[in-house]
Write a protein that binds this ligand. Sequence first.
Ligand code: GRF
Length: 215
Amino acid sequence: MNGAPRTVVLVSGDGSNLQAILDQCRSGALDIIVVGVISDRSAARALERATRAGIPALTVDYSAAGSRSVFDTGLATTLADLQPDLLVLAGFMRILSTELVEKFRGRMLNVHPSLLPKFPGLHTYRRALEAGERDHGATVHFVIPELDAGPGILQYRVPIRRGDTETSLRERVRAGEHLIYPRAIAWVAAGRALLKDGAVWLDGVRLEQPVVVHE
Ligand code: GRF
């Protein structure tokens, strides 16, 4: 990527990660240009955050689309208008078409609330508590067609404390996401982190594990 990458953020919900990204852009710590925010639901609070920041807030409505393929086409058309270099998934709750994922291979990131490869999918806090895990966290990873399976760049790890609930754990992990996601995006935007041969390379070194940040 040459210069600050044109970036589109895909959202479905509150958009606290989007906010963290926008805040870091404003502070100058993150050198990307967010050219649009796209939601699959018009009611997503994330869209208000985008509008407040003066960024085009767009909806490709999943329910109105009526089928996966109509939605996929609508999303592809909207993205074609925005011409992003980088796609950032921030609480986007839809599975993307393989075609789109392949098109953005090495240029699409996601943050997932678990220490991947543990607990891909939903309800990660509950599952980690029920499994009696000693720690939990979040992972920023490159997106590949298999769900939550792309190689990790940066991971935030929190110890599970006695008395932790889904809510308390979510709050602590979410705070960590806000720290690691902008940082990982900055690494990719600057060409420091890249996806090569199915692995993450950071500053020319192949990572066997994501870089870990402890709470
Ligand atoms: C985050 O916990 C993220 O890990 C998951 O969805 C949540 C989005 O939260 N993929 P927000 O919309 O950024 O507040």
